[in-house]
Design a protein around this ligand. Structure first.
Ligand code: SER
Length: 890
């Protein structure tokens, strides 16, 4: 008997042998379709290839596609566990032709694989076709030799496949397997077709059209093929089982669940084991593809799946979280085909454990509440909506979980009552809401969030995605459409753009629709869990509801990532170098730099800065993976994660660890572990290197470091080199000689200044001697000189020099240095009894537009703003000397 693994490989190999490219399964979160909650068919990743919008280097492909059908349009959640073939997660095997082969070869390939490859008896197979598809009928006759009664014409949409309301579509032909008379049920199209005897195993879609809108359909450029066969169903048939949960793969997980819980796999608790096995698969694959449990959108669907599984673990009597213990079995079964399970194994394990631990705390109390409430009800009376709402709101019971419990009691739930309670709570929240900051605009975002829900951020996984327009804001108001040139804000249901938060600046990039609308996004903000794309429409128009591609500016994002991860390493390095008192006080992560404010009392020394920079760069070069996982704030802090004091964290937090193991912290702890919602490099080596640019004081006890990383660090260092080169060039030496040369030049300059001062002194006091040049004011000799460009400090020594020769008299030296005046007055000792240098200098300074001046009676100095008034100052001094003489004579 073939195993599931072998059957999967046989399928892929068969089509590869027939010229098909083996293509990886696409992620469960569709990159190219924002209207789809999860990938739910193999053709989803090829949607644009069918329509001709996208080209691939092959025109035949084969895949095994991960699919989730939970939440949204195809929701199998409630049935899982109770039936033989419902799953939230399954694999869809499919072969595809993009304008290459069509109906005939598709039918032939499928028939040969089933009958020859897998050895199914022709008598066990029958097919359906779309009622008017004679071509398909003839081909089935020709290729398979099927009689007319085993080619069943169906007129309903069952045999016309379409992905959704729009997109590629076409008539299809389904292959059924007959499980035999022992099982009740009739062939497709018959009144008892819902029985379990005839089971559809393979759907061949003859893709011919593209549905553009409800009543507009176009031919595809070339007819194509899309087929889908559930691996679990096929395996059941090939392993002679009627129930998908009895195939080897599912059975191994169920047995593991039985072992961990200590409860027999079959019998009374069969349903619970099946639920756990199925939900383990969908939860693990969703987490591996980047979905995290949350209270909105995809995250909430995941949470619902997880909590439903947890309730069944509870039914099995599990005291401690148990689902995470099944992860190794799942990885053994499926890790080879889906290596992402290996990559994400620890993330999956942690996420399951955290969610189980958390829900455990309220599950028991919630169940008790429900029990008390139902006891009071009549045997068929519906559960009141407000009880269901309390379970939802206070105890974290998703509505479908409550319904699932009630299903066991054959009891309905008053959903209208639940909706009313929900509405009332929202209204109360709004009434209590008073926006922070600019209340009016904040309230706009609050209301919008209530209306459209949070924007889902896909940017941890991808830089390009598609999003559906939820709101367009122009001039502060919501509008239905915008046109070229408009400055707008756009909110989508999901986006790859990061909205500014946690210090990391928002993304830049482009929103566009192929061949039409284009908007350049110059800022992205985050308000009330909404991501707001801000920018200008450059081309075309945008209407509410339009689906746009979101293209993040990758270069900028890479630089932001490098600076953000570098900030984490810097934070830890500062703590290790300076001490645990270092905590983050603020941070900016920009494209071209980072800024980090932290508590520390004194300036950092050069040696400390170097040590920190070196430590960060050592950690960068270790180049270990950056790990991200989700946990509760308490557990994260317990495990040594750095959290920001006063910051509000939700029930669950994202923890980013990097830098490799830390020898000092030991116990398997990473160098840096922080709570953080930002985007980070995959490995620290991607940072390149870090250069600290400055360190300074910001406020009492708070320091600020600015640094650059990666490309910006290279630019910075290059800039520095250039400065050095320019300096060296102007001195005509090599940069290595700069320091000694500068010292030499400074010494040289000092020597020259000294020489210059001496020369000036000589010049002023030299010549025929001052006595000759002195003029007489009454009996007193006055020697006044107006000088240009003599430093004030040189005036006194010059005056002293003149004094030596003058013997008796007054010396006035006034320098005009770039329009500013300095004045020195010196009086020989024999005259100081009559005239004070201080009085004279004050008179002079006043004439120079200044005030005051000081010194002693034999030597005083002052300044003045007007260097051109030297002559006036001399005149004022003369006048004062003359008056003094007159006074003395009296
Ligand atoms: N798209 C079709 C389906 O989902 C065939 O793959 O059934």
């Amino acid at each position: 008997m073939s195993t599931t693994k072998e059957i999967r490989s046989s399928f892929l190999d068969y089509f590869a042998k027939n010229g098909h490219e083996k293509v990886e399964s696409s992620p469960l979160v569709p990159r190219n379709d924002p209207t789809l909650l999860f990938t739910n068919a193999g053709m989803v990743q090829f949607k644009n290839v069918f329509t001709g919008q996208e080209k691939r280097p092959y025109n035949r492909a084969v895949t095994t596609q991960k699919c989730v059908r939970a939440g949204g349009k195809h929701n199998d959640l409630e049935n899982v566990g109770h039936t033989a073939r419902h799953h939230t997660f399954f694999e869809m095997l499919g072969n595809f032709s993009f304008g290459d082969y069509f109906k005939d070869e598709a039918i032939e390939l499928a028939w040969n694989l089933l009958t020859k490859g897998f050895g199914l008896s022709k008598d066990k197979l029958l097919v359906t076709i779309y009622h008017d598809d004679d071509e398909a009928a003839n081909l089935w006759k020709k290729v398979a030799g099927l009689p007319d009664d085993r080619i069943i014409r169906i007129a309903t949409s069952d045999n016309f496949w379409s992905m959704g309301d729009t997109g590629p579509c076409g008539p299809c032909s389904e292959i059924f397997y007959d499980h035999g008379e022992s099982i009740p049920g009739g062939p497709p199209g018959s009144p008892d077709e819902d029985g379990d005897r005839f089971i559809e195993i393979w759907n061949l879609v003859f893709m011919q059209y593209e549905q553009l809108s409800k009543d507009q359909r176009e031919n595809l450029p070339r007819p194509s093929i899309d087929t889908g066969m559930g691996l679990e169903r096929l395996t059941a048939v090939l392993q002679g089982k009627h129930d998908n949960y009895d195939i080897d793969l599912m059975r191994h997980i169920i047995e593991a669940s039985a072992e961990v819980s200590g409860v027999a796999p079959d019998g009374e608790f069969k349903v619970s084991h099946r639920v756990i096995a199925d939900h383990l698969r969908s939860s693990s694959f969703l987490v591996a593809d980047g979905v995290m449990p949350s209270n909105e959108g995809r995250g909430y669907v995941l949470r619902r799946i997880m909590r439903r599984a947890m309730r069944h673990a509870h039914i099995l009597g599990a005291k401690d979280p148990m689902i995470w213990k099944l992860v190794p079995t799942l990885v053994d079964e499926m890790g080879e085909a889906f290596p992402e399970l290996h990559r994400a194994q620890s993330l999956i394990t942690e996420t399951l454990k955290v969610e189980e631990n958390q829900f455990k705390q309220t599950l028991d109390r919630g169940l008790k509440l429900l029990e008390d409430a139902t006891e009071k009800l009549g045997s068929t009376e519906a559960l009141p909506g407000d009880v269901a709402f309390k379970l939802y709101d206070t105890y974290g019971f998703p509505l479908d979980l409550t319904k699932d419990i009630l299903r066991g009691q054959n009891r309905e739930l008053d959903e209208a009552g639940f909706d009313a309670a929900m509405k009332k709570q929202k209204e109360a929240a709004r009434a209590a809401w008073s926006g922070s900051g600019d209340a009016a605009t904040e309230t706009v975002w609050f209301d919008l969030h209530q209306k459209v829900g949070a924007t889902e951020f896909l940017g941890y996984q991808t830089e390009t995605a598609e999003g559906k327009t939820q709101a367009i804001i122009k001039d502060g108001k919501e509008v239905e459409s915008v046109a070229e040139g408009d400055e707008v804000m756009v909110v989508l249901n999901q986006t790859s753009f990061y909205g500014e938060s946690g210090g990391q600046q928002g993304d830049h990039g482009v929103l566009k629709m192929p061949g039409g609308f284009e908007m350049v996004v110059t800022d992205t903000q985050k308000k009330q869990d909404l991501v707001i794309h801000i920018g200008q429409v450059k081309k075309g128009a945008l209407k509410n509801g339009d689906v746009v591609e979101t293209h993040v500016d990758r270069r900028r994002r890479a630089k932001l990532r490098a600076h953000h991860s570098a900030t984490h390493l810097l934070h830890e390095a500062l703590r290790q170098e300076l001490g645990d008192h270092v905590t983050q006080k603020g941070s900016l992560v920009a494209e071209d730099r980072l800024r980090f404010d932290f508590s520390h009392q004194k300036p950092m020394s050069e040696a400390e800065l170097w040590a920190v920079e070196r430590m960060v760069n050592d950690r960068i070069r270790i180049n270990a993976d950056v790990a991200v996982h989700l946990t509760t704030p308490e557990e994260a802090i317990e495990a040594g994660a750095m959290a920001l004091f006063g910051e509000k964290y939700g029930d669950e937090v994202r923890v980013v660890s990097m830098g490799g193991l830390d020898e000092v912290k030991g116990a398997g702890r990473d160098y840096s572990t922080e709570l953080c919602g930002g985007t980070h490099v995959a490995r620290t080596g991607d940072i390149g290197f870090l250069k600290i640019v400055s360190e300074g004081g910001l406020a009492a006890g708070i320091r600020r470091i600015e640094a650059v990383a990666g490309e910006a660090a290279l630019d910075y260092v290059n800039g520095r080199e250039k400065l050095l080169a320019e300096a060296a060039h102007s001195l005509k030496i090599s940069p290595n000689e700069l320091a000694p040369r500068i010292h030499h030049l400074l010494d040289e300059r000092k020597r020259l200044e000294r020489e210059l001062a001496d020369t000036r002194k000589k010049l002023v006091s030299g010549g025929g001697g001052p006595a000759e040049e002195a003029e007489k004011v009454g009996d007193i000799s006055l020697m006044a000189r107006l000088l240009a460009d003599v430093p004030p400090k040189d005036l006194k020594p010059m005056a002293d020099e003149i004094k030596k020769k003058l013997k008796s008299g007054v010396i006035v030296l006034i320098a005009n240095n770039d329009g500013k005046a300095s004045i020195v007055v010196s009086v020989t000792d024999d005259l100081t009894g009559e005239i004070s240098a201080v009085d004279l200098v004050r008179a002079g300074s006043e004439a120079l537009g200044g005030k005051g001046g000081g010194g002693r009676s034999d030597m005083a100095q002052a300044g003045g703003p007007d260097g051109t008034k030297g002559a006036d100052a001399v005149a004022a001094i003369k006048k004062l000397i003359a008056e003094g003489e007159v006074a003395a004579a009296r």
